[in-house]
Structures are given as C-alpha cells and as structure tokens.
Design a binder for this molecule. Structure first.
Ligand code: NAD
Ligand code: DAU
Length: 357
C-alpha cells in the first residue's frame, strides 16, 4: 500500500502501538503523519526511535483534532488517503469527574475530522476514514450473551456516551455523503506503553512500589482483555480490506473478573520480580496489597465481544492469550524503568514543554 495515513492520537497507548505495527507491514510503503495534541496521555517517548528508523516516512504534528484548518492543511500537504482516528479522551473515571474535554475531543474532534475528510476527498472512493471505538457504547451485559455489531447502543458513562455520539457521526457521514468509513468497537486493551491510570499498568506499578492495589466495589466486574498488538493487527486488516460502511467488533475472547486480573498480575510479578526481593514490600506478598475501595459510579458490570464478523470476513482472531500477554506486559514495565519513571514523576511533561510549544 502506497497510501499516506493520518493517524490521530498516535502518541497515546494504542496509537503508538499501531504506528509501529503499520510500519512493519511488508506491503506498506507510504507515510504516516501523527497528529496529536499531547495531552497528559500523549507521550512522544512512546515512539522513540521511529523518526530515525523510518526516515522521511514519519511526520509528527502537534495539534488538536478540533482545529479544522490544521487538519485540512495536513491532509492536503501530505496527500492523505487514509485516516486512522485514535485521538480521544479515553479514561472512564476522568469522564465522570470532568466530562467537558470528552465532549470536545471525542465528539467535536471527530466531527472536525469528518468535515476535513469530506472536503479534501470530495467524493473519492479510493480513500478510507477508520474510526477506533469501544465496546462500551453497547452498555453493560448480564451474566450471558456477547456484544454483536447489531446490539443496540446503550452508553452509560460520559466517556461511552461521547464515543457513541462519534460513532453515530461517522456512520452518518458514510450514509449521507458516501464517505468511505469503517468503525471498530474493541474491548479492553493491555500491553506496552499503557498509561498507568488504567487498571493493569496501575496495579503493576503500585505493586512494585508496595502501594495498595485498588479494586473497585466487589471486583467481580468482567472485562474482555485483548493484547494491544492484536488490536492493531485487526485495525490494519480493516483499513486494508474491510468493507466501506462496515462496523467490526474486536475482542480478546478473554473474559476475566477484575479481581482475577489483579491476582494474575500479582502472580506474574512474583515470578518475574519476587516480592521477597523487593524492599518496598517489607516482607509482604504482592497479593497482600489488594484493597477493596469504593465502586466507580455507574460501573458497567460485564463486557464481552462477539468478533465472528471480523473473523469470517477478514480472517482475524486474537493471537496472544492472556497469560502470555500479561507476562509480556509485566516484563515490559520491569524492563522500561526510564519510561516508567518519566511517566510516574511527570518528567515527560516538562520535557514536552521544552520541546513542543
Ligand atoms: P490514550 O488516552 O492512551 O491516548 C489518546 C491520545 O490522543 C493521546 O496521545 C492524546 O494526546 C491524544 N489526544 C487527546 N485529545 C486530542 C485532541 N483533541 N487532538 C489530538 N490528539 C488528542 O488512549 P488509548 O487507550 O490509546 O485509546 C485510543 C483510542 O482507542 C480511543 O479512541 C479509545 O476510545 C479507543 N479504545 C481504547 C481502548 C482501550 O482499552 N484503551 C479500547 C477500545 C477502544
Ligand atoms: O472496554 C474498552 C474500554 O476499556 C476503553 O474504551 C477505554 O478507553 C479503556 O479505558 C477501558 O475502560 P475501562 O473502564 O474498562 O478500563 P479501566 O482500566 O479504567 O478499568 C478496568 C476495570 O477495572 C473496570 O471495571 C474498572 C476497574 N478498576 C479500574 C481502576 C483504574 C478497578 O477496579 N480499580 C482501578 O484502580
């Protein structure tokens, strides 16, 4: 593929993994332009070395997806024919304490990108706007069943409501203006470069520091975990071969109760960095740090994904099982002390201030 891709939010967790994944695709010869506002969740260190390795094929642009002029200028300048839209405010807890940024970036930002794409592409069909969305738009499941692409939307947090809204806009642009759009609704990702506000990296880093491991409510909520590289390969397939206008659910076939995830992390840590040798633990085991705390307001009980459409149409299924993925993830956080320190201390923010206006 010779097409140039505009990745939004490429300095975040999934976006940065996607950029690495895209450059590794044997047939991809195009350029990647990464438009990222560098919010607290954006960290160019997530892409360290990429500029050098793919000289001339990687461009970083600090900017806001809500800024129409910037988006349109980038699309024109780099002759963009694929948009892979990751940029979002992504953390449910933050959306509960302050929803405004979620409405601005997730809804208005997506609208702005759609408008720029509609204007620049002017009816072309050899282009693609791919919107990365979440399974949370479908609401919460009972004990049985899985989310299908046909499951009615029932978002229940400001985050999921903003993502649902953006999904509707993307579909509307496909339907009304014939913009070639695709959407993926994916379950919980985990893996390298995950910002430690989310359950898995938070628990790994708290455990290593001998701090409490907070489990919301009774800890029996279920999430369907997917290793981030599997998510990226699914997105690549959708961009390259997915039907215009289609939605694809992407999941890990890996339903886990939160408490079991936390215990699994403690187990992986005991194997790779035993608590007995960690002075921060003072003789305790990692699992001794598990602490039940007040529940998240409106906490969705269970998510599970039926990914049979992407499996049938595009031959995609997850390739990394949870035990392997979790071990890899824990090993990555242990091996990348400098990244962890910069994120924990906020040093990456001052570096950003110095290097980017
Ligand atoms: P993240 O929070 O790690 O990264 C978001 C990135 O977007 C950051 O680099 C941030 O600087 C950038 N950004 C935020 N506002 C912006 C703006 N206005 N303009 C330009 N850039 C902006 O998020 P993530 O976990 O990598 O998620 C990426 C996408 O995948 C999101 O759309 C999210 O809804 C979706 N998703 C995430 C998961 C998951 O488990 N993390 C699962 C399913 C879907
Ligand atoms: O399902 C996909 C979604 O997964 C994405 O759309 C979101 O962007 C992503 O953040 C994630 O949302 P969750 O709310 O499921 O992820 P989080 O890691 O915040 O929480 C996972 C589960 O763990 C959830 O049930 C809440 C619980 N939890 C979370 C934290 C941070 C705890 O019990 N303790 C915690 O400290």
């Amino acid at each position: 593929m010779k097409k140039n891709i505009l990745v939004t939010g490429g300095a975040g967790f999934i976006g940065s993994n996607f950029i690495r994944c895209a450059f590794k695709q044997p047939g991809f010869k195009g350029k990647i332009v990464n438009l990222d506002k560098l919010t607290y969740a954006g960290n160019p260190e997530n892409l360290a070395g990429i500029q050098k390795k793919y000289r001339g094929r990687y461009v970083f642009a600090k900017g806001d997806i809500c800024d129409y002029k910037t988006v349109l200028a980038l699309m024109k300048k780099h002759d963009i024919s694929v948009v892979a839209h990751f940029a979002a405010e992504s953390h449910v807890d933050r959306s509960i304490f302050g929803p405004k940024d979620f409405i601005e970036t997730n809804i208005n930002g997506t609208f702005t990108l759609l408008e720029a794409a509609r204007t620049f592409w002017a009816g072309r069909k050899d282009v693609r706007f791919h919107h990365v969305s979440t399974d949370e738009v479908y609401g919460s499941l009972g004990a049985a069943g899985k989310f299908k692409e046909t499951t009615p939307y029932d978002p229940r947090s400001p985050y999921s409501a903003s993502k649902a809204s953006s999904d509707h806009l993307v579909r509307a642009y496909g339907h009304t203006y014939g913009l070639p759009v695709t959407i993926s609704n994916c379950s919980n990702n985990y893996g390298p470069f995950h910002f430690p506000e989310k359950l898995i990296p938070l628990v790994i880093l708290n455990a290593l520091g001998g701090k409490p491991l907070p489990v919301y409510g009774d800890g029996l909520q279920v999430r369907d975990w997917l290793y981030v590289e599997d998510h990226c390969s699914a997105i690549w397939r959708i961009i390259s071969r997915g039907r215009a206008g289609a939605t694809y659910n992407v999941g890990g076939n890996c339903e886990m109760k939160n408490i079991d995830v936390v215990k699994g992390i403690c187990g992986a840590l005991e194997a790779l960095a035993p608590s007995a040798k960690n002075p921060a633990l003072g003789g305790r085991k990692y699992s001794d740090l598990i602490t039940y705390v007040k529940d998240r307001p409106g906490h969705d009980r269970r998510y599970a994904i039926d990914f049979s459409r992407i499996k049938k149409e595009l031959g995609w299924s997850p390739s990394v099982d949870f035990k392997t993925g979790l071990r890899r993830t824990v090993a990555w956080y242990l091996a990348n002390e400098a990244w962890v320190e910069n994120v924990k201390t906020g040093a990456y923010r001052s570096w950003l201030k110095k290097n980017y206006k």
